[in-house]
Ligand binder design. Structure first.
Ligand code: IFM
Length: 470
């Protein structure tokens, strides 16, 4: 793909057709948890466990996006975006996860997809962004292999309903986070703390991806594409001069990144991590003959969710892994949550994916930052730091494009401030501020900046203007 080469302060143009997108997920924005026959999800249940979510927050109301879907599509049109990634809530389509299909749930997404298309916004649909129907959890959830089969049937229902208008599908969002936070550390629904469960679940999620991809691609249109949105963390050894730290970083990279990317792209599970998992969790006997072929059959793009890097050092510690995540470096800027901001690692990550999995289109399916800006006296939200974040990361994407990485689009996380899982509502990731009491939406300065970039198909080479955050 070609990109214009800028002068020192000239605009950086992105290729024609580049997707300027925003990203959300159902449970984080929709609310209306009892509307139109929706079934209970594991997040509805988890939010009600005392202490599970900060301040006892829940997704019951969230951004009320279920009821304001059309208004929010108008908001996207005002941002000049041409793409939007959202997820379908499985419990709205199949309240019990299998069997009965709820037509009102289908009708809702049917209308929303049309709303997007009417505004020139291409939908990128995620089928699983963590809201498993609670009924399926009661029969073992993702630990139960049958859940992958149920997921494939749900995918087929979505294909039949929306496959005429939706070309690109993310089957599963961040299988590593589901496995580790949901089943090993107990920080996300369903709140399990079991190392063996976490690796079992990850395998079943990959299997579910492969089975669902087969269903989605068998639809009427010939150009359907499927992929996973991975939580990818570039790794840095704490002490690059220490071979043990370098080895720790390589293994941790296997744990977080390669464990998913390699099997999906036909290389099977990486041997180094297989040994670690067998030591920590016992024989991987849930991997059956043929599973790896199913898993390898279904990826037409790589969804890159990138937020920050992981610095790792060798350390046996108390847990099962012979590495430990180290502190970030002094002097590196951070978000309000303390995550290091390292845009050049996004560039390097995209280039690495291009090298390791050649020819596979790349979509930055999430990238964003928590900054807590509230409306100022003038009513606007002056989040200069998010503009800098956007500029830095889009510039990194532009550099990756210029070096040949096939990046097709960038979906900012998030369209609007929403429910940030176990942290509840305090973290604000949006280009649009949401007033929790009134649901009033205010486009932040960063939203206006992104709108300009999307309209121009370009960003400034150098960021020169703007006031500091207030
Ligand atoms: O909000 C989440 C999203 O649901 C998955 N990826 C990371 C985001 C920010 O933490």
């Amino acid at each position: 793909m070609s990109t214009d080469r800028p002068g020192p302060t000239g605009a950086l143009h992105f290729p024609p057709g580049f997707r300027w997108g925003t990203s959300t997920s159902a449970y984080q924005v929709e609310g209306a948890v009892d509307a139109d026959g929706r079934g209970e999800s594991i997040w509805d249940r988890f939010c009600r466990s005392p202490g599970a979510v900060e301040h006892g927050d829940t997704g019951d109301v969230a951004c009320d996006h279920y009821r304001r879907a059309e208004e929010d599509a108008d908001l996207m049109a005002r941002l000049h975006t041409n793409a939007h990634r959202f997820s379908i809530a499985w419990p709205r389509i199949m309240p019990e996860g299998r069997g009965n299909v709820e037509q009102r749930g289908l009708a809702h997404y049917d209308r929303f997809i049309d709303c997007l298309l009417e505004r020139g916004i291409e939908p990128l649909v995620t089928l699983y962004h963590w809201d498993l129907p609670q009924t399926l959890q009661e029969s073992g959830g993702w630990r139960n292999r049958d859940t992958a089969e149920h997921f494939a049937r749900y995918a087929a229902v979505c294909r039949d309903a929306f496959g005429d208008r939706v070309r690109d599908w993310v089957t599963v969002n961040e299988p590593w986070i589901v496995g580790v936070l949901g089943h090993q550390l107990g920080l996300h629904a369903p709140g399990e703390k079991d190392v063996r469960a976490s690796v079992t679940v990850m395998h079943h999620l990959l299997l579910a991806h492969g089975l669902a991809a087969g269903e989605l691609r068998s639809g009427a249109r010939g150009d359907t594409r499927t992929g996973i949105a991975y939580s990818l963390f570039p790794h840095t050894p704490d002490n690059a001069g220490d071979p043990a730290d370098r080895e720790a970083a390589r293994h941790s990279d296997g744990y977080v990144n390669r464990w998913f990317l390699d099997p999906v792209h036909g290389r099977g599970y990486p041997d180094d991590m297989r040994r670690h998992w067998e030591k920590a969790a016992g024989a991987l006997d849930f991997v059956r003959d043929g599973d790896l072929d199913t898993i390898a059959a279904g990826s037409d793009f790589i969804g890159v969710n990138y937020y920050t890097r992981r610095i790792v050092r060798a350390d046996q510690g108390d847990g099962p892994w012979p590495w430990r995540v180290a502190e970030g470096r002094p002097g590196v800027p951070r978000t309000d949550l303390g995550w290091e901001i390292v845009p050049h690692d996004l560039r390097d990550l995209l280039l690495r994916l291009h090298t390791d999995y050649p020819g596979v289109p790349l979509l930055v399916t999430e990238n964003g930052a928590i900054y807590g800006n509230e409306p100022a006296a003038d009513g606007a939200v002056h989040d200069r730091r998010r503009i800098e974040f956007l500029h830095g990361h889009l510039k990194a994407v532009h550099e990756a494009l210029a070096l040949g990485a096939p990046v097709e689009g960038y979906y900012h996380w998030s369209l609007m401030d929403n429910f940030e899982w176990a942290m509840g509502y305090w973290p604000r990731f949006g280009l649009v501020h949401v007033d929790r009491a009134t649901q009033r939406r205010t486009v932040k300065d960063s939203g206006h900046w992104y709108a300009r970039a999307a309209a121009d198909g370009a960003i400034p080479g150098v960021l020169t203007t703007g006031e500091p955050d207030r």
